[in-house]
Design a protein around this ligand. Sequence first.
Ligand code: EPU
Length: 344
Amino acid sequence: MQFTSASLAPYNTFGLTQTAEQLVLLTEREQLPHLWQAAQGMPLLVMGEGSNVLFTAPFTGLVLVNRLKGITVTEAEDAWVLKVEGGENWHQLVCWSLAQGMPGLENLALIPGTVGASPIQNIGAYGVELAQFCQQVESFDWHSGETHVWSAADCAFGYRDSVFKRGARHHLILSVTLRLPKVWQPVLGYGPLAELGEQATALQVCDRVCATRQAKLPDPAVLGNAGSFFKNPTVVTAQAEALKLAWPTLPVFATTPGRSKLAAGWLIDKAGLKGARVGGAGVHTEQALVLVNHGGATSDDVLRLAALVRERVEQLFGVRLEPEVRMMNGEGETHLDEALACLS
Ligand code: EPU
């Protein structure tokens, strides 16, 4: 098999310049057995649209870009069941399903990336997450070369988390099967959606979600970014209560008993970091949880800015932020501390 090396710039929404030794677009499942054999022993990185990734070094192995396409719909008595190939664009799927009269995904409109990436971090927004609809995931196991089917329970979904971020990282997601119940209820808990009222249609919810996202979140086509750079941190409730006493406007959400989630965007904002810059990288001025590429940013700029944000928030609030964006070095996944230790 002939591989070709390539720039990763078109394959990451941060718009960072980095290279891969070898890059292949996967458009047919039939390519997989041959690719799998030819790439034995090489580091592998599977990509969708690169909307949640930061490349910290040139990738020394094979980057496989999932462009598998297709949607199959089955009608069950109480639900629409959509089997969607991993390379489909997520937002186009949301729009398509709504146009077919199959509501459910409207709160997840405009989330960048592919369907194949959606279960990996259990994408979520405005009170809804993928786990609520995901019935099954089909993957190609890069260790055994075999196809594997995961039930929703097997996927072990959590907040921005699943088995595909942990023990099953070597699986390439072929398709995701979504179950959209025919009995539909809008999810309007989030402020700007609540204004719509209980009579809201799915299309109205979708429009409001799009408007809200467009007002706060930068469009990667205009300003490079990878969405929320950090996760909202979870702390013990006693710490959340103490912080709330000191900072009464801090948004705190109950999670599991004894734990509370804090709004990382608020913490970064209150630390005075909106608009902060390191080289070409900056903290977004409308939503502090997003780091952006103002043009010409390097991965070192982004890493140094992330370190600055984490340090200031920890100094002020005693809370340590963890990145939500996945970091990839020359061989595979890395993490912020390791990537920072490699900076010159
Ligand atoms: N806030 C500020 N200043 C800021 C940003 C936020 O004060 O600069 C406050 C907001 O006013 C609000 C709270 O912090 O009270 C939470 O902010 P927001 O509602 O914008 O949501 P978020 O917690 O920052 C999460 C997800 C987003 C998702 C939105 C909407 C994570 C890490 N992020 O952001 O997901 O779109 O909720 O549901 O969970 C992503 O994962 O890439 C992403 C964008």
